[in-house]
Structure formats: C-alpha cells, structure tokens
Design a protein around this ligand. Structure first.
Ligand code: ZN
Length: 176
C-alpha cells in the first residue's frame, strides 16, 4: 500500500505538465490511474505490477531516471518499467515496429502492462480523439495496438477482454 500510494504521488508529480492528446485534454495522470486500475482489477492487486502501472511512462516521458525508480521503488519495479520503455533515440516507426517484434519475449508482467496501456490508449481514442488526428491515423493506431496485444495474449483473459472491448468501441465510434 505504501509503495502504491508513493507511486501514484511520484507519477502525478512527474507527469504534472502533461495532458492526454485527446480533445478533452485530460490530465496525464488519468491515463496512469486507468492503467493501474486495469492491472489491479485483472490481477487482484499483484505487486509490483500495480506500482509499475503508475510508473510505466515515467522513463519514457519524464525526467525520472532508472536510478530514481530504483531508489524509491526497488529494483523489481525499476526493471519492469525499463522493460516497457521505448528507446527514444530510435525513430518513431522503428520504435513501433520494435514493440511488435519484442512483445512476446517480454516478461509476463511487462506484457500485462502493455495490454493495459494499449487498452487505456484505445479507450481514449474512442472517447476523446485528438483534434489533429485524421481518421486514418486513429485506425492505424488501433491496428498497431492490436498487433502488439496479439503478442501478449494468453496471460489474462479479463485484461484481454477489456482491450477487445476498447477496440470494438473505437471501431464503432469510427464508423459512426
Ligand atoms: Zn501509457
């Protein structure tokens, strides 16, 4: 509990300047809480998954370092967050291709985070698409997310169902 509360606090502070890309401009922390909630529901609160759920974007999108995470949350959480962090020195297309190529070799916990993250992102596109995203970009994102999640399946039916429901919702929104 202490670690989960600390992770929520740490993530909220580190992402304080960021918002979701959607038209509703939700605070970024809403995404982190949603990812952590999906993981908590699907796994009945298994640590360090829940802690890493809050922290999964801190290495990629904030100034937090691996050492910061190790000091505050321990090596298991730091390693897990690093495992779901893209190499930002690579071009975006390369990073996206790599996520598909490497997903099936990730740890079980990393794959669960991937599914929860993609679920939250696809929900966000369905409920509040970014103003400057053309329909085609949204369709492509959903298709890419499906490819990543397909490499992560077979671990947790509840989480996979949540993802599938988000995709169905996004498709319905796009077709309306
Ligand atoms: Zn995320």
């Amino acid at each position: 509990m202490v670690l989960v509360a600390r992770a929520a606090d740490f993530a909220a502070r580190r992402h304080v300047e960021q918002r979701r890309k959607g038209a509703a401009r939700e605070p970024y922390v809403n995404h982190l809480i949603e990812v952590a909630s999906l993981l908590a529901e699907a796994t009945r609160g298994a640590d360090p998954l829940l802690v890493a759920g809050y922290l999964h974007d801190t290495l990629e999108d904030t100034s937090a370092t691996y050492e910061d995470l190790e000091i505050h949350f321990g090596p298991a959480v730091a390693t897990l967050v690093a495992e779901v962090t893209d190499d930002k020195s690579l071009p975006k297309a390369e990073r996206k291709a790599r996520q598909i190529a490497t997903a099936s070799s990730k740890s079980e916990r990393a794959r669960l985070i991937k599914i929860a993250d993609k679920t939250s992102n696809v929900w966000a596109l369905a409920s509040s698409p970014p103003d400057d995203w053309e329909m085609r970009r949204i369709v492509e994102y959903v298709e890419w997310a499906e490819k990543v999640v397909d490499k992560c399946r077979g671990l947790n039916a509840a989480l996979e169902q949540a993802f599938d429901a988000a995709v169905t919702q996004a498709r319905a929104t796009l077709n309306s």
